[in-house]
Design a protein around this ligand. Structure first.
Ligand code: ISE
Length: 333
């Protein structure tokens, strides 16, 4: 059986998902596309046979030929589209964030609880990265002892002008919030934010340093600097009672050249997390075919957005701020 997947949103991430579906996802094929820009949809549809172009996102979602949907449209459309998929009984893999507001995140959870089955997955792709998975396995093995600190570094080579100081947290550091929850398996209790001075590469944008405290007392630090120029660099170190566990980047090539010894640094997240994106789609397709449920749930999507909202409040207030997710619906336990 080949799963017929529809794609909503044919921008940078949508095009990447289409490429993976075309070349690297046995068991699934791209069957339909929609984009507000018809030319973009046409370009992606033209890359493979039998891909229909839809005139509206909702038409794609309810079409009987489409069995599952990848959503990579602008953030403010996510909640409405994920809810439409849930109501149509179709699994949806939605790029982060799950929704533009916390109220909308809750609406998605309510729709899913009402449907009575997990249909929404948030594209926090790092959960599928072999390096992070190995870190989690090593932490769970217990030899290193209980975690004390998790240090996260998130550097982009260049960020577009529309990325503000707030978006450094809401758009980028949010990945660290999600992966910290994934690695530590617990929720946060409080967050503080410190802004560094602006880099000369982006005077309107401050590099941010976030300190989070988990319910059991683990401290998580997140450096988010999106104008680092030298490349896209994500680092993580989990310091435990008897040892430290480091994230290994997937950089197969090491070289010695002109008196230097080094490895290449990826340009952006699509290159750095290429394996994660591929495995994410593969395991999503397998889960729809009856395999185990994988990835970030709607609750995880809500939690990441709620932590980001608390961090933005901490930034605005200049004070340590409580993180309160409220009660987790039993459905997500
Ligand atoms: C971007 O929007 C993403 O989602 C990437 O995964 C992230 O690493 C990057 O910093 C963001 O700008």
């Amino acid at each position: 059986m080949t799963l017929r997947v529809g794609l909503i949103g044919c921008g940078v991430m949508g095009a990447d998902h289409a490429r993976i579906l075309r070349s690297d996802t046995p068991g699934a094929r791209l069957a339909g596309v929609y984009d507000a820009d018809g030319a973009r949809a046409g370009a992606i549809a033209g890359e493979a046979k039998g891909v229909r172009i839809f005139d509206a996102a909702r038409e794609l979602i309810v079409d009987p030929e489409i069995e599952a949907v990848v959503i990579a449209s602008p953030d403010q459309t996510h909640a409405e589209l994920v809810i439409a998929c849930i109501e149509a009984g179709k699994p949806a893999l939605c790029e982060k964030p799950l929704a533009a507001t916390l109220a909308e995140c809750r609406a998605v959870m309510s729709a899913e609880v009402k449907a009575g089955r997990r249909l929404a997955q948030v594209g926090f792709m790092r959960r599928f990265d072999p390096g992070y998975r190995a870190m989690k396995k090593a932490a769970l093995a217990g030899e290193a002892g209980r975690p004390l600190f998790l240090h996260c570094v998130h550097r982009n080579a260049v960020a577009p002008d529309y990325i503000t100081s707030d978006l450094v947290i809401a758009n980028s550091a949010v990945h660290e919030f999600d992966i910290a929850r994934f690695l530590l398996g617990e929720e946060f209790a409080a967050v503080s934010v410190y802004s560094a001075r602006a880099s000369r590469h982006a005077e309107a944008r401050r590099p941010q340093f976030v300190v989070l405290e988990t319910a059991s007392g683990v401290i998580v630090t997140v450096e988010a600097y999106l104008d680092a120029h030298y490349g896209y660099d994500v680092q993580a170190e989990l310091v435990c009672e008897n040892g430290a566990i480091f994230l290994s980047p997937n950089r197969p090539l090491a070289s010695r050249f002109q008196g230097r010894d080094g490895t290449d640094v990826e340009r952006d997240w699509r290159a750095r997390f290429a394996d994660a994106y591929r495995i994410q789609l593969k395991e999503w397709v397998a889960s729809i075919a009856g395999g185990p449920t994988v990835g970030a749930s709607a609750w995880d999507g809500y939690a990441a957005s709620a932590i980001a909202a608390a961090a933005l409040e901490a930034l605005a207030r200049g004070a340590r701020t409580a993180v309160d997710l409220g009660a987790k619906p039993a459905f997500y336990s």
